[in-house]
Design a protein around this ligand. Structure first.
Ligand code: UDP
Length: 270
């Protein structure tokens, strides 16, 4: 499903390299024109226990570059859980709000790392931050983000929404709605939403489609409630998929049934 946007088609006479490339790739039918890709901070750890695995960064850059080359406009929100989470602060006697800002700064570090990996792979990027850090990134301005996307630049949103007591899942939902993305793609290490935790229950089966309502009723864990409700109320579909499997992102954009689609009207596949 593609949400209606007032996004103009690429205009002649305003022919940047990306727009030319997009015309060439127009024959490749993509299901989603503008995506918001949410990656957790933990996914950047790879096999490590902490921090950033450079191999994982390169792998992600390759996957994202392929999406850009299909003519898809890509925005990214990346978490900070591999470095710091606000919840940790209270357990060691620190102020929660201070901890949340530390978490937001962690997401900026991850965003900068992903930005570098993408630029190294030849992808033009812009990093926009929810808190002002003007030496390293632009401030978040919605119209500017939209313009970058139209020009084919990958936009990375750092520092969440810039407020404590939120998560980067909420930032992903909110930014996706603001930029009129067609879908939120939540890249995880599991290949979708299961009836139970597949790492604990061998009988768990994967949904291919599920409605927002069913997720509430079955108390399935897709995103935190704030993030999930934002998507539901704005009819923004979510796809949970395995980002660590090479080619999955491309296949998904081509319209293959990768992962689990959460939407208003989808019937449960079970
Ligand atoms: N955070 C916040 N506001 C936001 C986004 C993030 O306060 O809008 C803080 C919060 O402490 C969170 C941390 O940043 O725990 C890292 O983000 P998150 O836990 O969402 O990262 P992920 O789990 O995706 O790695």
């Amino acid at each position: 499903m593609i949400r209606q946007t007032d996004q103009p088609e690429f205009q002649p006479g305003n022919d940047t390299g990306f727009e030319r490339k997009t015309k060439i790739f127009k024959e490749i039918q993509v299901k989603y024109k503008r995506i918001l890709l949410k990656l957790s901070g933990e996914s950047l750890m790879g096999e490590q226990n902490y921090g950033i695995d450079s191999n994982r960064l390169v792998e992600y850059a390759v996957e994202i570059k392929a999406a850009v080359e299909m003519g898809v406009q890509v925005a990214i929100v990346i978490g900070g859980g591999n470095i710091y989470r606000g919840m940790q602060a209270e357990s060691v006697g620190l102020d929660r709000v201070q901890g949340d800002y530390m978490g937001m700064l962690a997401t900026v570090i991850n965003s900068m790392a992903l930005q570098s990996a993408l630029e190294k792979a030849g992808v033009t990027t812009r990093l926009l931050s929810g808190i002002n850090i003007q030496q390293v990134c632009e401030p978040y301005i919605r119209r500017r983000a939209m313009r970058h996307l139209e020009k084919g630049r990958v936009v990375i949103f750092g520092a969440g929404i810039g407020s404590p007591y939120f998560t980067t899942d909420s930032a992903a939902s909110l930014r996706a709605i603001e930029i009129e993305a067609d879908v939120v793609l939540k890249g995880t290490r599991v290949d979708g939403i299961y009836t139970a935790d597949p790492e604990k229950d061998p009988l768990a089966t994967r949904y291919t489609n599920i409605t927002f309502q069913e997720v509430y009723e079955k108390e399935l864990n897709v995103m935190d409630m704030t993030a999930f409700t934002l998507c539901k109320e704005n009819n923004l579909p979510i796809i949970v998929f395995d980002m660590n499997k090479h080619g999955n992102l491309r296949l998904l954009l081509e319209g293959q049934d990768i992962g689990t689609l959460v939407s208003i009207e989808a019937a449960s596949a079970l």
